[in-house]
Design a protein around this ligand. Structure first.
Ligand SMILES: Cc1cc2nc3c(=O)[nH]c(=O)nc-3n(C[C@H](O)[C@H](O)[C@H](O)COP(=O)(O)O)c2cc1C
Length: 380
């Protein structure tokens, strides 16, 4: 048994669908939409569970939560109420059948042997459907809450490498093990049981920097890359090809995914109007500005036009690729992403539960007709 590889049979994330679909950010209040509209996402447990069961029945491959500890303020305290992601995943895995559910975990904030055992527990609950999204952190205010210092950017990924090495060791070592790293020491480590079914959970990372991407290429089954900042089809295709080639050089295979924000309505005009209503006329601009300020994007550091462009971009699903239109348009845009070589996309909606049924009824059959997915009732 090769415990170093995740098992191609074990989870919906390995469906035969050419374009995999996931839901991003449902564990947080307001999800990914920085908006005041009253129908914005509650993020409460009953809604998360209903959403997961709806997605499971529709053959959606995965749910990806956000590791967020502190809200962004503004009029809505954007993402102020959040569920811890591994325990959230455990609850959803227990009540679904096919869906892969990720935990999004800040490597520096949890001891690796505790984390390894939590992931194993989640993986057994889900019978092999737990996935791990490793994040290194970027938000200093959050780290201060834990009394933890954010390491410099390069060192963050060096730490994450050791952290993941220890976790993989705990998942695979048949006997007691030691580890002596620069940051982490383990003496007489012991970890049982191993992950479900003799393999290991899927691992993903969303590094954007050179070191972040290299980390994913070395270690992960999936890299999530934001491709929304005016990046062309050719650039996206080039990026995917490059990442895959680098992984192959290391003897590995990696999927490349992106993040999108869906506003799908019967007509393009209705979709545009709803988008404008939520994201332009009723954005929570105070929250948007506070998020941007954390990234040092302010009216003082940017020209007025550029600042406004970045504000709009952030309000719309925190910078995900906007997919706005009627079902034909949304399906065509998704087909373009698949044509560029992307493995899949994690999407968000203003209100996931209200909007997912229409997406599943209208967009999924179109994707099936385009040969990108099995028929919606075909079991994914
Ligand atoms: C799909 C996606 C999900 C992410 N999830 C989180 C998250 O939940 N928590 C977090 O602190 N950072 C998250 N990030 C930020 C990344 O982990 C990463 O820090 C960021 O893309 C910058 O890349 P770099 O670390 O290589 O500079 C996410 C990014 C993307 C694109």
């Amino acid at each position: 048994m090769d415990r170093d590889n995740s098992n191609g049979e074990r989870a919906a994330m390995y469906s035969a669908n050419r374009l995999k679909l996931g839901l991003f950010g449902a564990n947080c209040s307001s999800g990914r939409a920085v908006t005041l509209v009253p129908e914005r996402w509650s993020g409460d447990w009953a809604d998360c569970l209903r959403l997961a069961q709806m997605a499971d029945a529709a053959g959606i491959e995965f749910m990806l939560p956000i590791g967020r500890w502190k809200g962004y303020g503004g009029d809505t305290d954007y993402q102020g109420a959040t569920f811890e992601t591994v325990t959230w995943a455990c609850g959803l895995l227990a009540r679904t059948k096919r869906l892969t559910v990720f935990g999004t975990v800040h490597a520096p904030l949890i001891a690796p042997l505790i984390a390894a055992k939590e992931f194993v527990t989640a993986d057994h609950i889900g019978e092999g459907r737990f996935g791990l999204n490793i994040v290194c952190g970027w938000n200093e205010g959050e780290f201060e809450m834990f009394g933890a210092a954010l390491r410099d950017h390069e060192t963050r990924y060096e730490y994450a490498q050791e952290w993941l090495d220890v976790i993989k060791l705990a998942w695979s070592a048949p006997e007691d093990f030691d580890f002596a790293g620069r940051f982490i020491t383990v003496k007489g480590g012991r970890a049982k049981p191993k992950p479900y079914g003799g393999t290991r959970p899927l691992i993903m990372n969303a590094g954007a920097s050179a070191s972040g991407q290299a980390f994913a290429i070395r270690n992960c089954d999936a890299l999530f890359s934001n491709i929304s900042n005016g990046i062309s089809f050719d650039e996206t295709a080039g990026h995917v090809k490059n990442v895959r080639a680098l992984a192959r050089q290391g003897g590995r295979d990696i999927g490349v995914y992106t993040v999108g924000v869906v506003t799908c309505r019967p007509t393009a005009r209705e979709a545009q109007e709803y988008y404008r209503h939520c994201i332009v006329d009723n954005a929570d601009w105070r929250a948007v500005d506070s998020i941007l300020a954390m990234k040092n994007i302010t009216p003082e550091t940017r020209a007025p036009d550029e600042f406004q462009r970045l504000r709009n971009h952030q309000a719309n699903g925190m910078g995900g690729l906007p997919l706005i239109g009627d079902p034909d348009m949304v399906a065509q845009e998704l087909a373009q992403l698949a044509a560029a070589g992307l493995t899949g996309i994690a999407v968000s909606f203003v209100n996931y539960l209200d909007e997912l049924p229409y997406f599943c009824a209208e967009v999924l059959p179109r994707l099936a007709r385009l040969g990108l997915r099995a028929k919606p009732d075909g079991g994914g």
